[in-house]
Design a protein around this ligand. Structure first.
Ligand code: GLU
Length: 453
């Protein structure tokens, strides 16, 4: 059975790249009828925060990514990992090192001056130093040949071992390092496929050597190419949100974001719309693009607009009430108002902001609506015409049509100022729909107000 995991360090919120990694890992497990696990790599005591653990959990919940077991906290396993590091030392796969800061910095300087790659040069590798607390343990990285694996997305990765140094597995304060703990935890959690960002490729090459000395089966690896910002550079705050929950606050729908994220690097023929349920059946790693993908705010907006319009007006009314405290239920034709606004909106927040004129008279007079005094008579006449009809959409359209003809006006000459009078905005939905949704009383009241200057 496939077992995957998402292993965030709770040193920040879940950002867009992390959310995509979690989603791909989750979907791969589900599509293979396997398990998806969550592990917090919270060993950095200073930078790990409970606040971030909570926010990552909330973010995953919002994205409907549910781990199949309770989360694992790496910090609870520090002593176990230390024990294993000491065992490797006893077996000769690791060695104690007491190099001082000064020695290490001399080493660095010397290498840089010789135009060599700065790395630990193995000074204490063969000295058989007896370990005592306060020393570090270094992994005896193989000196010859190369380390390699077949990446499920990127293909064969092969790097000569001389490119690596004897990395630290146990720090001088007795805590294990990321590369060591991650490998041990992946073994303990019986992870079969590790899916993570391609910034971890070097780590993978280190970690597989830990698997080897422990004589454990090496999992499959899939490294996801980066998500770049719109400029083609690293994704920054300017592109996407630093915290995936910000999208929620801005009025993006989780289903839209899920759909958008999965398409950031994965494709399925020409299809563009995917529900999570569908993805849980069809997602695969062979269709993940091996080159980086680019964040696009426009595409995310396009998806969100689509998903807003997939919702029924009752569902939209509910969401707007819950998340933005706007109650379309109070309006007589609230269901129509909301679906009219959803057509042109990218987010729930936009709907809520656009909706103000349904709840509040915009109080526009002729001047602020851009109507010359000479046109006043025309608007008085229009108001009279409207007051005579039964306020159904077809009748409204007929009245507008004949009114334009009678006064020899083009539609915008009536439409533009009328839209201002009714909504206080230049860009608002179609006039006849607007009149119908506002209803006779409110529409006439607003027109009348504009005439009483
Ligand atoms: N904790 C690492 C990070 O947040 C991920 C490690 C992994 O997936 O192995 O980048």
């Amino acid at each position: 059975m496939e077992v995957t995991r998402f292993a965030p360090s709770p040193t920040g919120h879940l950002h867009l790249g992390g959310a995509r990694t979690a989603l791909f890992s989750y979907l791969f497990a589900k599509a293979n009828k396997g398990k998806f696990l969550l592990r917090f790599e919270d060993t950095d005591r200073e930078r790990s925060k409970k606040e971030f653990i909570d926010s990552i959990i909330d973010s995953l919940k919002w994205m409907k990514i549910t781990p199949d077991e309770e989360p694992i906290y790496q910090s609870k396993k520090i002593s176990n990992h230390k024990e294993i590091a000491l065992k490797l030392y006893d077996q000769g796969f690791a060695y104690a090192c007491d190099c001082s800061e000064e020695q290490l910095s001399e080493m660095r300087k010397d290498q840089i001056s010789k135009k060599q790659k700065p790395m630990y040069n193995g000074l204490n590798r063969d000295k058989n130093i007896k370990f005592s607390e306060g020393m570090v343990l270094r992994f005896k990285f193989p000196l010859h040949n190369s380390s390699a694996f077949d990446d499920l997305i990127l293909g064969k990765i092969n790097v000569e071992n001389k490119e690596f140094d004897d990395f630290i597995i146990l720090r001088s304060d007795g805590t294990p390092t990321y590369n060591f703990s991650a490998a041990i935890d992946d073994i303990d959690m019986k992870i079969t496929t590790v899916i993570r960002g391609d910034d971890h490729i070097t780590n993978t090459l280190k970690q597989i050597n830990v698997f080897k000395v422990l004589d454990k089966k090496i999992p499959n690896y899939a490294h996801l190419p980066m998500v770049l910002g719109e400029s083609g550079k690293r994704l920054s705050k300017r592109d996407g949100a630093e915290d995936i929950l910000e999208y929620r606050h801005k009025g993006y729908l989780n289903d839209a974001l899920i759909n958008y994220l999965v398409r950031l690097g994965w494709s399925y023929g020409e299809e563009e719309i995917f529900s999570l349920e569908k993805l849980e059946g069809i997602f695969d790693l062979s269709h993940v693009n091996s080159s980086p993908s680019k964040y696009s705010q426009d595409l995310l907006n396009w998806y969100n607009n689509k998903y807003l319009n997939f919702l029924t007006s009752d569902e939209l009314i509910f969401k707007l009430r819950e998340d933005f405290k706007v109650d379309f239920g109070e309006l007589e034709r609230g269901d129509l108002a909301i679906s009219l606004l959803a057509k042109g909106a990218n987010t729930l927040k936009e709907i809520s902001e656009e909706s103000k004129y349904f709840f509040q008279d915009p109080l526009m007079n002729l001047e602020s609506a851009g109507i010359g005094k000479d046109k006043k008579e025309i608007f008085i006449d229009f108001k009279n015409q409207l007051s005579k009809i039964d306020f159904q959409q077809e009748e409204i359209e007929t009245v507008i049509g004949s009114f334009l003809k009678l006064h020899n006006l083009k539609f915008p000459e009536l439409g533009r100022p009328l839209r201002m009078i009714l909504t206080g905005k230049q860009n608002a939905p179609s006039i006849s729909e607007l009149l119908f949704i506002l209803g006779k009383d409110i529409s006439l009241k607003r027109i009348e107000y504009s005439l009483n200057d």
